[in-house]
Design a protein around this ligand. Structure first.
Ligand code: NAD
Length: 488
């Protein structure tokens, strides 16, 4: 077990985890508390030498880790789950500070991370499949781990998105090097640190870095797989760079998901769900409803109900209690969201609510609904990743689906409808990896998660997600003379 295991956990000191212990660097940077722009703790910036050391240690560890039993790896994950649960409060506080989440949602992310580990502890060993067997030949298909995997993570759900990668990689016998977003390195590095006591050195390592670290990882010949979650633009760079060494690549990318509301719904019951789907985590969710399509017969009433729900929420800095929405996570994102408000203002689009960003003291943005902007407007076509959402009426199902599917991204979608046959018919025609019926968008550890079109490549989570961390291998076993059976 690693050196880091013997040390007392401190939630205000952060180091990289390389090889068999904690490692500092000559250069540091720090995250920013998005609620008030105050600097958070220093965190080391890994060098290329740090990455090379991490890859070498992971390669060494892989030789024995890949030969341990599935059950023993599941036991290690169970210890990690319990340790994380033990530190729920401290980890929730870290997520509040680094990601700007209201405390109940920060704790919710810790709980979801615990659940992700728990789900993986319960997954059965994939069984070998006999493809064919006769007197001469037995063909058996089995699955083997890939080697050293790299996880490159975003800032919107720093812990739980890393956890989906870590749990699947380790359970299937891989070693993993995790790069958190430089905006939100704290909870991820601390989780990796607290996990060392349950793992041989090099099985799970964590490196915070600057803009150079991601490209070093995607180019590194010792890394066999990259699991990337982030924007579509960066995902394409990751794929191109990984192609040089033909790494396995999983890409979980951006989305412009549609929420469809049918005319038969109970408006008062559905409005709070639609509001959550669009604005939860200040809309910084890849699968959030980024376009609301409400049937024309209930459009006005639904809009009124939605505005009522959202106006009842408290929105503000995380230093305040009773919050529903906190700030967006960083200045870059704040400025991106601003361009959407400006574009709506320049084009004279109506706002059903909101329209002004906030006072600028932190990155808090007051939620806004844009009323029926044109189909080709920026707010309909692009992903703001912030709390401004367009709402449009529909009347004809075919025409609606044409508009919904007129996007290069296809990550998620939701359908609210009392008539379940109609809901299923609409859902099955949405070109996206996941569609929710009568629920806001809520990924689960149990369900494979993937993007269609430019929303991703491959997928993760659920029992199927495990296969993205394994190579297939087929054993041809000849029981009799091969020359004879091949008629040589
Ligand atoms: P991002 O693409 O800017 O960064 C993601 C990660 O990639 C960060 O760790 C970053 O440091 C790293 N990176 C940047 N350039 C790189 C390069 N050239 N090579 C390798 N790594 C590099 O994304 P973000 O702003 O952190 O996250 C927001 C985006 O992520 C949104 O578009 C959102 O929809 C998407 N997202 C998708 C999912 C999903 O599961 N599909 C989940 C969450 C977020």
């Amino acid at each position: 077990m690693g050196d880091a295991s013997g040390q007392q956990l401190e939630f205000e000191k952060f180091k990289n985890i390389v090889g068999d212990g904690l490692r500092d660097a000559s250069k540091h940077h720090n995250g920013i508390n998005p609620s008030d722009k105050s600097p958070l703790w220093d965190v080391p910036i890994a060098t290329e030498a740090d990455l090379n050391d991490a890859v070498k240690t992971a390669q060494n560890a892989f030789t024995s880790w890949s030969r341990t039993t599935w059950e023993s790896r599941a036991t290690a994950l169970a210890h990690m789950r319990d340790e994380l649960a033990k530190h729920r409060e401290e980890m929730g506080k870290l997520l509040l500070l680094e990601a700007g989440k209201p405390i109940q949602f920060a704790l919710g992310e810790v709980d979801a991370s615990v659940h992700t580990l728990d789900f993986h502890t319960k997954q059965p060993t994939p069984t070998d499949e006999v493809l064919q067997e006769d007197a001469d030949l037995k063909l058996t298909m089995r699955y083997v781990p890939l080697g050293v995997s790299g996880a490159i993570c975003p800032w919107n759900f720093p812990l739980v998105l890393a956890m989906g990668k870590i749990a699947a990689a380790l359970l299937t016998g891989n070693c993993m090097i995790v790069k958190p977003s430089p905006f939100t390195p704290y909870s991820t590095l601390k989780f990796i640190e607290m996990s060392q006591q349950f793992l041989p050195p090099g099985v799970l390592q964590g490196l915070n870095g600057d803009d150079k670290l991601g490209p070093w990882m995607t180019e590194h010949p010792g890394i066999e797989k990259i699991s990337f979650t982030g924007s579509t633009a960066t995902g394409k760079r990751v794929l191109m760079s990984s192609a040089k060494t033909l790494k396995r690549v999983t890409l979980e990318l951006g989305g412009n998901s549609a929420c469809i509301v049918c005319p038969d719904v109970d408006i008062q019951k559905v409005a709070p769900l639609v509001a959550l789907g669009a604005f939860y985590n200040s809309s910084q969710i890849c699968v959030a409803s980024k376009r609301l399509y409400v049937h024309k017969d209930i459009y006005d009433e639904m809009q009124k109900a939605l505005v009522g729900v959202i106006q009842s929420w408290k929105v503000g800095p995380t230093s305040e209690s009773g919050l529903m929405l906190g700030p967006v996570q960083n200045e870059m994102q704040y400025k991106i969201v601003k361009t959407f408000f400006e574009d709506c203002a320049v084009n004279g689009y109506d706002f059903a609510m909101g329209g002004k960003m906030g006072d600028g003291s932190g990155f808090v943005i007051q939620p806004a609904i844009v009323d029926n902007p044109p189909h080709d407007s920026k707010i309909v076509k692009e992903e703001p990743f912030g709390p401004i959402v367009p709402m449009m009426p529909w009347s004809d199902e075919e025409e609606l689906l044409t508009r919904v599917n007129d996007t290069r991204t296809g990550l998620g979608g939701s359908v609210y409808c009392a008539d379940i046959d109609r809901a299923n018919r609409i859902a099955s025609q949405i070109e996206a990896g996941t569609v929710w019926i009568n629920s806001f968008e809520r990924p689960l550890a149990e369900a494979f998660f993937s993007g269609h079109k430019e929303s991703g490549l491959g997928g993760e989570l659920g029992k199927h997600g495990l296969f993205s961390y394994m190579n297939a291998q087929v054993i041809h076993l000849y029981k009799t003379d091969v020359a004879k059976s091949a008629k040589l």
